[in-house]
Design a protein around this ligand. Structure first.
Ligand code: KIV
Ligand code: ZN
Length: 499
């Protein structure tokens, strides 16, 4: 068996299913190009039948990317496969990923069907996809909870029907590493023709086992790992790319190699976190802010004497430079800021950089330590410059024992509107004033304020969900003034439905 492990990245499909993390096509192309540079073998670019946006993104990513295969997801439904094939028309290498739930939970409750019928549907969808492309990947959804004997029958049948890759998802994140590894081994030992195809792992992290299960699957013979950057994905997320890549880079004894260009990991992680407004937990393995921070005196002493006393990975191997090498302050010039953007995976044209630089100076005047997260917030502000509704000004008075009052000025497609309102707190007053300008029935459903780093001069990130006409719209902003950030997040959400 070859020792080459293929990396299948599903950040843009399974990762993008996280509520509030949706990207537009331009942002998806940016991520896809970063994944290509990182060296992934396959990019799952979307689920084309699910929305016109996904369809368009698969087309545009196919045009933008050269080396990795582009994969499109479908259900075991002919229409899905037709649409996926059409979306993949420009891909230089293309793959259709089709499949169906095989656990009894799915068969009985989701499909109200029988094992025999599901087996037939599995064969049919692979044969149908094969009419369009040579490379057909089959997924047995909820394979983690599927009876091994039945799973082996399905896998054998779809291989006969022409599948080239067999994906074994632990959809609900239920398995334990030994159990998942045994499942892969069972298939290798019991399925005719399995040696002609690649077996893939696709693990979810509901019990915190996603990476462990993936590694166990690979050690038992799987040769494709399905992963996302930063482990993002629905619920507790998917297996994280950087963890799998660094496990095999660190453990040479396992003799498994990937094509991942590991010094690109950090900037890709930062780019995805910034575009998806999804902070990386500080203690996240490999890419978290504290992943290489030594705070105890004993550890600091040990690392200074010899890095390897307490570090198994050289931070440079994942692209983390010495964060103190260039410190950004109010006296830093364009070049220093541009360099920092590049380290974080953000490219800007000269005029965009000029605007971002002005934002940077404003922030540096208010805040002594400019962190990478602050820089990403500035990059995010620059992306909002084409919004239809912009906040012109905001003035609030609030305090203890008084009712809050807000005056708000909005610029809507170039026209100026003003309103003043009182409220149960400054944010409520500002939102009430905005509602006086934009006469719609809008309800704030979720409202979360997070400090990015620490300290009272920190930038606050605000995530907000606004319900309008039965749909939910996500808004985000960041500002050292949390009332301003909350108001901007509300405006960001309404920009998604006010045309
Ligand atoms: O988790 C899962 O089962 C999936 C499949 C669609 C591959 O994401
Ligand atoms: Zn999944």
């Amino acid at each position: 068996m070859s020792n080459r492990l293929f990396i299948f990245d599903t950040t843009l499909r399974d990762g993008e299913q996280v509520p509030g993390c949706q990207l537009n096509t331009v942002e998806k192309i940016q991520v896809a190009k970063a994944l290509e540079e990182l060296g992934v073998d396959v990019i799952e670019a979307g689920f084309p039948v699910s929305s016109p946006g996904d369809f368009k993104s698969v087309i545009e990513i196919s045009k933008a990317v050269t080396w990795p295969s582009i994969c499109a997801l479908t259900r075991a439904v002919e229409k899905d496969i037709d649409v996926a094939a059409e979306a993949l028309q420009y891909a230089k290498r293309k793959r259709i990923h089709t499949g169906i739930g095989t656990s009894d939970y799915h068969i009985q409750y989701k499909f109200n069907s029988t094992r025999e019928e599901i087996l037939e549907r599995a064969i049919k969808c692979v044969k149908y996809a094969k009419k369009y492309v040579e490379d057909v990947q089959f997924y047995a959804e909820d394979a983690g909870r599927t009876d091994n004997e039945y799973l082996a029958r399905v896998v054998e049948a779809v291989i006969k029907a022409g599948a080239t890759v067999i994906n074994i998802p632990d959809t609900t994140g239920y398995c334990l590493p030994e159990e998942f590894g045994k499942k892969i081994k069972y298939l290798i030992e019991h399925v005719d023709g399995i040696d002609k195809v690649t077996i893939a792992t696709h693990c979810h992290n509901d019990l915190g086992m996603a990476t462990a299960n993936t590694i166990s699957g690979i050690l038992n013979g799987a040769r494709q790992a399905e992963v996302t950057i930063n482990g993002i994905g629905e619920r507790a997320g998917n297996t994280s790319l950087e963890e799998v890549a660094m496990v095999f880079k660190s453990h040479k004894d396992l003799d498994i190699v990937t094509n991942i260009n590991t010094p690109k990991i950090y900037k890709t992680s930062k780019m995805v976190s910034s575009l998806m407004n999804m902070p990386v937990q500080p203690n996240k393995a490999i890419v978290g802010r504290n992943a290489f921070a030594h705070s105890s005196g004993i550890h600091q002493d040990g690392v200074l004497k010899n890095r390897e006393s307490y570090e198994i990975i050289d931070p440079k191997d994942v692209g983390i430079e010495d964060p103190n090498s260039i410190v950004l302050t109010a006296r830093s010039g364009h070049a220093a800021l541009k360099h920092r953007f590049q380290v974080l995976g953000i490219e800007m044209e000269k005029d965009e950089l000029d605007i971002a630089y002005q934002e940077f100076l404003k922030l540096a005047d208010r805040k002594k330590n400019i962190t990478d997260d602050d820089i990403l917030v500035i990059a995010g502000k620059h992306r909002d410059k084409d919004a239809r509704i912009k906040l012109d000004y905001l003035q609030v008075t609030s305090g203890v024992g008084v009712r809050s009052v807000a005056s708000v000025g909005l610029n809507i497609a170039g026209e100026r509107f003003e309103a003043c309102a009182t409220g149960n707190g400054p944010v409520d007053a500002a939102i009430t004033a905005i509602k006086q300008i934009i006469h719609r029935q809008m309800i704030v459903q979720e409202f979360l304020i997070q400090a990015i780093t620490r300290g009272s001069n920190d930038v606050g990130k605000v995530h907000m969900t606004v319900e309008y006409d039965g749909n939910h719209y996500y808004g985000f902003s960041a500002n050292t003034d949390i009332i301003a950030a909350s108001t901007e997040a509300f405006i960001d959400a309404i920009n998604k439905f006010v045309r």
